[in-house]
Ligand binder design. Structure first.
Ligand code: PLP
Length: 404
């Protein structure tokens, strides 16, 4: 195995398909909110594997659960029962109010499943013309053909046309575009309650209300893509609850396994009744390791006080970022909820991400000018202070003309 950065990079360049533009660092170890590179240098991790390491790195309880499961039984397939799927599904039902879970392996797959289930619902009801989707500008749903079709950014979509259709993208600043887009041929509206990849963008109240009204009056199904916002990250179990939506589908991933790949499509009972055996499937989906990790994470979230912890540190995070924004003219605004935060700048955020890394803080850039902060849900107040202090220093060191 390669152990130094140069060796790792050289071997990747030779053998790994070059679909990613990686930053020049290789991590070999983690602990809590910290990552360690191949030289032993520590970094404060406010990316958490893009919102995945919900319990932080090398969490002792999760590690023990995974190790125990690995030593017992990893995988048997969905041909047979095992003890952990219902455990994790029951916890998801209690958190979301949606009764049924289909387990898969990623957020993309969760969206893919829900897009399929929405069509299946109408097909079962005999409304076979209801096959269209309405999606939101600046949304991101994944890279498979279905999920990509409802992803907004044309850079992701255009090289792969034709995609699945019909899909109409609507502008949340103009709710009337939603009303016009939903027709008697629409199967579902899909929306992220806060658009994550799109720049931690909140939905305007009028659009939130329009989604509710349109779905209620037309019967159109609502898919809440909670892959990034769900499972405590915003301080709510799911952010659709804060918006007052009642979706028939919720897509989850990222935080669910805290690093063990697992996703889930949550489905209401009225839709579940229209799905038949054989309609969808996955070899790996919901295997013992994934469900054991998911059940462990969900127990921490609800029974062990993690949700309350996010609410408390999230409020502190918000206060610190508000003050930061007031101090630096380069900041346009800060947005988000809980420990899902974005700082929109007047400039491209690339340099800030690089400077932060040099100062031992990992953050990432999204939507060009937004610094995105997604620490583990277990992040401590003092770590938030350290991260904001580093950003404060970086913004202060930018040339005076920047953002003036
Ligand atoms: N949906 C949303 C809202 C996301 O943020 C992402 C990933 O960033 C996805 C779907 C895709 O999830 P994954 O990369 O786990 O397939």
């Amino acid at each position: 195995m390669s152990t130094t950065f140069d060796d790792i990079q050289a071997r990747e360049q030779q053998f790994v398909l070059q679909t990613y533009r990686r930053q020049p660092v290789a991590f070999v170890k983690g602990s809590g909110s910290r990552l360690f590179d191949d030289t032993g240098r520590a970094y404060l991790d406010f990316v958490s594997g893009i919102g995945v390491a919900s319990l932080g790195h090398a969490h002792p309880g999760l590690t023990a659960a995974i190790a125990d499961q690995a030593a017992t039984l990893l995988h048997t397939s969905n041909l047979y029962f095992h003890p952990f799927q219902a455990d994790a599904a029951a916890r998801l039902a209690a958190l979301s109010g949606l009764q049924r879970t289909f387990f898969c392996n990623s957020g993309t797959e969760a969206n893919e499943a829900n897009l399929k289930f929405a069509r299946r619902y109408w097909h079962t009801l005999g409304a076979k013309e209801r096959v269209g989707y309405v999606a939101v500008e600046n949304s991101f749903a994944g890279r498979t053909m279905g999920a990509l079709s409802v992803t907004w950014d044309p850079h992701y979509r255009d090289p792969f046309q034709p995609l699945i259709g019909p899909v109409t993208f609507v502008d949340p600043e103009r709710p009337e575009t939603l009303v016009a887009a939903v027709t008697d041929k629409t199967a579902a509206v899909i929306a992220e309650p806060i658009r994550g990849e799109g720049g931690i963008r909140m939905l305007p109240d009028r659009f939130v209300q329009a989604v509710k009204d349109v779905c209620a009056t037309t019967g159109t199904l609502l898919i809440a893509d909670e892959v990034q916002t769900g499972l405590g990250r915003t301080g709510h179990p799911f952010y659709f609850q804060a918006l007052g939506w009642t979706p028939d589908f919720v897509s989850v991933g990222k935080a669910l396994g805290s690093g063990v790949p697992v996703g889930a499509a949550l489905v209401s009972e009225r839709v579940a009744k229209t799905i038949a055996a054989g309609d969808h499937g996955s070899t790996y989906g919901g295997n013992l390791l994934a469900c054991r990790a998911a059940a462990y994470f969900l127990e921490q979230l609800t029974d062990k006080g993690l949700l309350a912890h996010v609410q408390s540190v999230g409020a502190h995070f918000e206060r610190r970022l508000r003050t930061l924004a007031l101090r630096h003219p380069v900041v346009v605004e800060t947005r988000g909820a809980g420990v899902m935060r974005g700082i929109e700048l007047k400039i491209d955020a690339t340099a800030v991400v690089e400077h932060a890394r040099e100062h031992g803080l990992l953050v990432n850039r999204t939507a060009t000018r937004v610094v995105r902060l997604l620490p583990p849900l277990t992040v401590e107040t003092a770590e938030i202070d350290d991260a904001v202090d580093i950003l404060d220093g970086i913004f202060a060191s930018l040339p005076a003309e920047v953002g003036a």
